[in-house]
Design a protein around this ligand. Structure first.
Ligand SMILES: NC(=O)c1ccc[n+]([C@@H]2O[C@H](COP(=O)([O-])OP(=O)(O)OC[C@H]3O[C@@H](n4cnc5c(N)ncnc54)[C@H](OP(=O)(O)O)[C@@H]3O)[C@@H](O)[C@H]2O)c1
Length: 323
């Protein structure tokens, strides 16, 4: 009960602090909509939503649940001939590949509106983990502070994503004013933020990819292996999940070297032989490659596992054979 009161109070405080910060969201997909839902709950005003298609923008508006102008990209372009977005913050949550062209378009809109629309104390943030804030440079030339705010979570559904944002980490980089506002946004959403060097973003994002989409892809390989054992995909997914969850629980409190369990850590060479023979007999190339790479990494983590050298030789022989 006490905890509830505390969280009510802190959400109230967040609302008061965020009061009247108006936001336009360009790219009303999974991330844009999740941000819209979360920010609205934190007291921000969502003014404008733009998606490539009008129906996506309208769907996002329904989920966010406040009166908001919802436009297709083409409608937005027409509107901005007479009126540019007035919100203090613009979030660009489109696919990575169109961020630059959106920045160019917005910059041209603000240039065309000239001195009637002075850009002062306004910030534009994109949500890509791989691209630096610098990709928004044309908007800095128009007076915006530019930055990137990348939520380190996987958002495949906006409503679930909005909940996940409340305990997400956000990476930030860009102009000081943009980083300040991004930090405030991260806090208002209930998460925590950290800054990252712009030049490190591709490697940082590759790490995020390994930990999340990479893990999903690996999970899919395991599902396929169980399907070959005669289970349905649904059943395979269901029975693997507690195993994955227990692994994540171990990683919450332990370093990977400590958390690692299994065949490689024990140095069970006869079992490795059985695994490899079974995977090879099914001609599962992805599974074999993943097994070899992850096996080597597990041996490195295990620090002198029994039979380490012999297992390494076995893995090398198999990978050469399958090359
Ligand atoms: N999903 C994640 O887990 C995740 C996590 C962290 C960061 N991010 C980053 O967040 C950004 C968005 O990712 P997402 O997963 O939310 O993508 P998404 O679900 O595909 O959404 C992209 C949105 O952008 C809209 N769009 C495309 N071209 C546009 C244009 N020219 N003008 C206006 N809107 C346009 C799309 O409209 P339509 O719907 O009409 O096609 C869609 O609403 C990316 O930079 C991504 O790297 C994603």
């Amino acid at each position: 009960m006490a905890i509830k009161k505390k969280s009510d109070a802190s959400s109230q405080t967040r609302k008061i602090r965020a009061k009247k910060l108006a936001v336009s969201i360009i790219g009303a997909g999974r991330v844009g909509t999740a941000f819209g839902i979360g920010l609205r709950k934190a007291g921000y005003e969502i003014d404008l939503l733009v998606a490539k298609h009008e129906r996506s923008a309208k769907r996002a508006a329904r989920l966010i649940g406040s009166p908001v102008v919802a436009l297709s990209a083409a409608q937005f372009r027409r509107l901005t001939k007479t009126n540019v977005p007035q919100s203090s913050l613009i979030i660009i949550a489109t696919p990575d590949d169109v961020i630059e062209s959106i920045a160019n378009e917005l910059a041209a809109m603000f240039r065309a509106r000239g001195p009637n629309n002075p850009v002062k104390n306004r910030v534009v943030l994109h949500t890509s983990g791989a691209f630096p804030a610098q990709v928004l440079r044309p908007l800095r030339d128009r007076g915006f502070a530019i930055g990137s705010l990348h939520p380190l979570i996987s958002i495949s559904d906006s409503e679930i994503g909005a909940k996940e944002l409340t305990h997400s980490f956000f990476s930030l980089e860009g102009d000081a004013a943009a980083v300040r506002l991004g930090r405030r946004m991260g806090r208002d959403l209930g998460g925590q933020s950290f800054t990252i060097n712009s030049s490190a973003k591709p490697l940082y994002h590759a790490a995020a990819l390994m930990a999340s989409p990479g893990m999903t892809a690996l999970f899919d390989i395991a599902v396929e292996m169980l399907v070959r054992c005669g289970l349905s995909r649904t059943r395979a997914r269901k029975i693997l999940l507690p195993l994955v969850k227990s692994t994540l629980e171990n990683l919450k409190t332990q370093d990977p070297a400590r958390a690692l369990t299994g065949t490689f850590k024990r140095g069970d060479i006869a079992t490795v032989r059985k695994h490899l023979a079974a995977i090879e007999s099914q001609k599962m190339r992805d599974a074999l490659e993943a097994y070899v790479v992850l096996g080597r990494r597990s041996l490195a983590l295990s620090d002198h596992a029994p039979n380490e050298k012999a297992i390494r030789r076995l893995l090398t022989r198999v990978s050469l054979r399958s090359a």
